[in-house]
Design a protein around this ligand. Sequence first.
Ligand code: EPZ
Length: 455
Amino acid sequence: MNSLVTDAHKAGKRVGLTSDQIVIRGGKPLEGRIEVRGAKNLATKAMVAALLADTPSTLKDVPNISDVGVVTGMLEAYGVSVTEVAPGELLLDPSNVEKAHFAQIDALAGSSRIPILFCGPLLHRLGEALIPDLGGCRIGDRPIDFHMDALRAFGAIVDKSYEGIRLTAPNGLKGAEIELPYPSVGATEQVLLTAVLAQGVTELKNAAIEPEIMDLIAILQKMGAIISVEPNRVIFIEGVDKLHGYNHRALFDRNEAASWASAALATEGDIFVGGAKQSELMTFLNIFRKAGGAFDIHEDGIRFYHPGGPLKPVVVETDVHPGFMTDWQQPLIVALTKAEGISIVHETVYENRFGFTDALIKMGANIVVHKEGIESVTRRVPRRPLEQAAVITGPTKLHGADIEIPDLRGGFSHLIAALTAEGESTISNVGIISRGYEHFIDKLAMLGADFDYEG
Ligand code: EPZ
């Protein structure tokens, strides 16, 4: 760590805190520069893709987050060697893939959703896949029916047992025609990672086309796959006999970039997010500007700042790409508590993603969650049965509180709320944030936050 960070980090230490807690003294604008590296929701999938190759792969800009650790553990359990050959650069060698002991796999159960994406690659390499019960944020019941239906369509046999799922493919995996009931990111990745080595052509209708999906397709193409994305979100994959390793630099993490942007708005600060790119953030930038934020696009990143004056209320509907990402709404809502008027966020992707607002209300925010959603004349996104809505009335002053973090993006929102609030907040269970935000304590220090932390 450089001297600035080391000193600030030391300053953050205070005896008496229990582990995994942070005490924040809010009311200070966050100002400075931080770097955002590879996307959590790409790098982890790219690591799984390395399992499909006959030769080693190199992945750069891998973030130092616990989800990467979980995937590393899974790969090593199956005999893939994972070596950090330089900071953030992994060499993944799948030459000695072998069956894993379920106990090793089960040890990783409950900590991430990524293991579900091992199904196709393991079936191709070993003819069998053992997948533990999944983890991931509690933001709805997060079923995997689309994944299992797709794998069955390829010819896999799925046996659910008490400890997880066992899959086999006695007749191999054959190309299939699959239509997703909803453009699921994970299910699209499941199909891509299975179809590339299946016999014949796969047609995937109603696919997700998030930037992370397109970056995964770029990786698979580098490996020798033949994949075409049609204008109507139909993806064709022509199965090939083998794939070789890739050399790839992961796409930047647009969710982390948007989170720091919302932090700049909420704390009336000025944050340069190195590595952020405009093209993957267009929809977010429009809402950020409409809410009263300002941004300057540079070649090496984006400067997000509060230009002075009141924040303005907005109406937002989360949607699949290129719509407003569901992962962006939680950090933004903290800034909207300071907007002068009534904002509405329609959450159309997950059925339970406003739980984090309980803590904001405890801190003084005026937020009403409508569990059945609400009609809104300005709707563009078709209503989904599961959707909910949050109505945020501002401006309200937040005051410090003791908070327990519920999930990754909600947890980061609690950090932002504590940084925004007048007074002191104690946040527990803060380790969840390290699942998706690399070195966030160091970044808080570099941005001038006033806090004590016992890691
Ligand atoms: C990915 O989750 C991301 N996680 C999420 O980010 C992100 O919010 C989400 O995509 C949407 O963009 C990772 O990539 C690891 P989905 P995923 O399948 O793939 C339903 C974060 O904070 N569904 O697109 O699990 C599901 O319940 C995380 O980084 C089924 O019904 O999301 C949801 O309502 C949070 N059956 C909707 O589809 C299935 O089999 C979209 O889920 C699969 C999904």
